[in-house]
Design a protein around this ligand. Structure first.
Ligand code: DQA
Length: 153
């Protein structure tokens, strides 16, 4: 199929707590790319993939839960970096499980090379897969993986 004939997909990218500080926050761990940079890279990548990308960041768990619930009917899938909530939030996990939109979990750092408390993800069991450790590129790989999954299904 010619890519210019593909229908547009809509993808929601969710960024969890403290990711608004990217660029200044522990650059040795998270790199020096800002959240705005990541969002515009996602936008460009989305255009190439013919997918509309909407990005949203919140430091609050309940706000992220609401954004997940409200994605139904507007988006075909979700890319999520839940930040620290990855390791703590049954509520975010349950929201993803309830709405059943295909989801890809991403992390800038390799969470398995870090402290033991980061090794468990509540999001992993309700995701298609996880991409961890490639810096800002993790988001782009996640978007690509999600869009090819959506195009196949
Ligand atoms: C993170 C990893 C989490 O453990 C941490 O709490 C974050 C960012 C990452 O992208 O590497 O806030 O999700």
């Amino acid at each position: 199929m010619q890519s210019d004939h593909l229908p547009h997909l809509s993808v929601l990218v969710l960024h969890g707590p403290n990711l608004n500080l990217l660029g200044q926050r522990e650059p040795g761990v998270y790199g020096d790319t800002t959240l705005d940079n990541i969002n515009s890279l996602l936008d460009q990548k989305g255009k190439k993939l013919q997918a509309k990308v909407s990005s949203f960041q919140s430091n609050q768990e309940g706000v992220l839960v609401e954004a997940i619930q409200e994605a139904v009917g507007y988006h075909h899938g979700i890319v999520i970096n839940a930040g620290a909530y990855t390791h703590t939030s049954v509520a975010i996990r349950d929201a993803l499980s309830a709405i059943k939109l295909p989801t890809v979990e991403v992390h800038l750092s390799n969470i398995y090379q870090r402290e033991a408390f980061r090794h468990h993800s509540y999001i992993a069991s309700v995701s298609l897969g996880q991409i961890s450790g490639f810096g800002a590129e993790s988001y782009l790989l996640g978007l690509e993986a999600l869009v090819s999954h959506l195009r196949r299904s």
